[in-house]
Design a protein around this ligand. Structure first.
Ligand code: CTP
Ligand code: CA
Length: 234
């Protein structure tokens, strides 16, 4: 039956997903973080597992209730910082057919981490010196194994044609096969239940444009991954 077949259409594939948001420590009680809840990445993991894939999830600071939505079959590696996420994804990607970088990775981290709480008495914090983190997605794409599909996400506070143009430049910069572009804003994308994703491929074509629950757009993204793999293997 066609419906049942579609549900197992990722059988035999290993999918590595990163989700959530990394946190970069400032001192033992503070960090630089971002608003990613991990819901969209967890939805990709859950959908892939339900469709028959072996799913490996690097989970960056995801709330228990959200992580539980991944389902029992998903193998979870908890991570905190961008460096931990980079290490974990390096290991998971080494055995994956498909890599999905849905995590919001901190672009910068404090150049030094204080080993004691910074206090007002000791002068407070006038500014924080930052250094850039390595680009995990770019690294994984550069190390891509034959037949491996690398999928990135892009969070953009733009819309329409500018959103697409930014996405195209970003995909090219990263060397990803597919990029799922997500419009974000103060009231868009983060805590919400639903999402809107536009997926572009390496010929700059829009191969999916999906709105709905995070699970529904996850399925649309996985459909695009399968179609892309079908094309590049023939
Ligand atoms: N990403 C990554 N490593 C980083 C930063 C981002 O792997 N150090 C990945 C994200 O997981 C995502 C993609 O790159 O899949 C795009 O992330 P995004 O923040 O939209 O792009 P940046 O290249 O960081 O550009 P900017 O934030 O300046 O728009
Ligand atoms: Ca970024």
């Amino acid at each position: 039956d066609e419906l049942l077949d579609r549900r197992r259409d990722l059988a035999g594939l290993t999918v590595a997903v990163s989700a959530g948001g990394t946190r970069e420590p400032i001192d033992p009680v503070r960090f630089l973080g971002n608003r990613s809840s991990g819901r969209q990445g967890v939805a990709v993991a859950a959908a892939a597992a339900e469709r028959g894939a072996r799913v490996l999830l690097a989970a960056a600071n995801i709330e228990r209730a959200v992580l539980d939505e991944a389902g029992a079959g998903v193998e979870v590696t908890p991570v905190g910082t961008a460096a931990e996420l980079a290490d974990a994804m390096g290991e998971l990607a080494a055995i994956a057919d498909v890599v999905v970088m849905a995590a919001a990775v901190a672009d910068f981290r404090p150049s030094a981490v204080a080993d004691r709480k910074l206090t007002k008495e000791a002068g407070g914090i006038a500014s924080i010196d930052l250094v850039e983190n390595p680009d995990v997605l770019k690294g994984l794409a550069a190390a891509r194994a034959e037949g491996q599909t690398i999928v990135g996400f892009a969070a953009e506070t733009a819309h329409g044609e500018e959103l697409l143009e930014r996405g195209r430049r970003k995909r090219a910069r990263k060397g990803a096969d597919l990029l799922a572009i997500n419009e974000v804003g103060w009231a868009l994308g983060f805590e919400s239940e639903g999402n809107h994703l536009v997926v572009i491929d390496s010929s700059d074509e829009v191969v999916a444009d999906a709105s709905g629950s995070k699970r529904a757009v996850a399925d649309a993204l996985l459909d695009a991954v399968l179609a892309y793999r079908g094309q590049s293997s023939s």
